[in-house]
Design a protein around this ligand. Structure first.
Ligand code: KG4
Ligand code: ZN
Length: 346
């Protein structure tokens, strides 16, 4: 089944064509340069830009797949979670296409999409699996007896890990979104140069928290700067980034380890979201899963880690295959900005 998938949950207008877990095309039109000057995503600007671009991105998505409009068998669209005005554009377009082409419409949870991104290319993943969702908006540990049935075991109580990376980048004047830049500076720095506390280490549950760490980084910057108006040296920036990254990841890894110990039925750890492209995190997760003799799965490339529509097409396919994703009621479907991860399409 060829699925045309749409994701407009945040600041990327994306359209893909997928067949099973195969990605035939995955077009991503990023709005980052428009939001950059505001230091974050402006929801109504995102909506306008999605509206301006969506038709062209759909045309390109179909053209790059090598298929024609008539070869499409179903439409899948992200209906939450995300920014309401942004989601609105994709949902309206998905409904319009389903009616125009008389095709079934599937409404997909964006977070199920981030998990599904690990299945691209037909990777064989053993269940039960632990989903680790590390993005700009979410940090969640999810137990999956099979694809499409999700139980959130733990989540951040405040900021998401990607958001913490972005805020550290902002404090250091590295620009937006800064996760990748913080990671690059961290490679040059000494992770032990600042003694930052590892968040939630002593908490008994599987939750995380990143706002305290953000504040600790702010104080570390003040301690280096003192009264000086001089910008930080490259060495200081690198050391702060390395210390932050070490602690941010140590906290996450501790909770992942706690999850696999508490749920010994877990066979594979599946990692999705923008922070899943972090090379240091991947390395540490590989050794952690090797220690417990578990499988590990990441999206095959960086494009599949951050927001994209191919993951929505793959999630729809897996959800349908598992009998977990009913056809949406075109008239009744509405965006759900605060959708929680329970079912692939609920
Ligand atoms: O999954 P995504 O597009 O966001 C949401 O759906 O919310 O991921 C974007 C996030 C941003 O916070 C960005 O800074 C972070 O992923 N990110 C990284 C890296 N690349 C992107 N964080 C750490 N290391 C990276 N290499
Ligand atoms: Zn996302």
């Amino acid at each position: 089944m060829n699925i045309l998938a749409i994701d407009t949950s945040c600041d990327e207008t994306s359209v893909a064509v997928t067949n099973g877990t195969r990605v035939l095309s995955n077009v991503i039109s990023s709005q980052i340069r428009y939001h950059k000057k505001f230091g974050g995503v402006v929801p109504f600007l995102a909506q306008r830009l999605h509206q301006e671009r969506i038709n062209a991105v759909i045309e390109l998505g179909i053209a790059r797949s090598g298929l024609g409009r008539n070869d499409i068998d179903a439409i899948a669209v992200t209906y939450g979670p995300g920014l309401a005005p942004a989601l609105q554009v994709g949902v309206a377009k998905g409904k319009e296409l389903a009616e125009e082409l008389s095709l079934p419409l599937y409404a997909v949870n964006h977070m199920a999409g981030h998990i599904a991104s690990c299945f691209a290319g037909g990777k064989n993943i053993e269940f039960p699996a632990l989903g680790v969702l590390v993005s700009g908006g979410h940090t969640e540990l999810v137990l999956m007896p099979r694809f499409g049935t999700f139980k959130i075991l733990g989540e951040t109580l405040d900021d998401a890990i990607g958001e913490a990376y972005d805020k550290v980048a902002k404090m250091l004047g590295l620009g937006y979104p800064g996760g990748r830049l913080v990671a690059q500076f961290a490679d040059e720095g000494n992770s032990k140069s600042f003694d930052l506390p590892i968040p939630m280490l002593r908490s008994k549950d599987l939750n995380l928290s990143y706002s305290g760490l953000k504040n600790a980084v702010r104080l570390a910057i003040i301690s280096v700067k003192g009264d000086s108006d001089e910008p930080l040296t490259r060495e200081h920036i690198a050391d702060i980034c390395a210390s932050f990254q070490y602690v941010a990841q140590a906290s996450l890894l501790a909770k992942i380890e706690k999850s696999v110990v508490e749920y010994p039925e877990i066979k594979t750890v599946v990692v999705g979201g923008g922070v899943a492209s972090n090379a240091v995190l991947r390395k540490k997760l590989r050794s952690l899963t090797a220690k417990y003799d578990l499988g590990i799965a990441f999206p095959v490339n960086a494009k599949l880690c951050t927001d994209n529509a191919a993951m929505i097409g793959i999630a729809a396919h897996l959800g349908i295959e598992e009998g977990q994703l009913p056809v949406a009621d075109v008239e009744g479907l509405d965006r759900k900005p605060n959708l929680r991860l329970e079912k692939v399409g609920e």
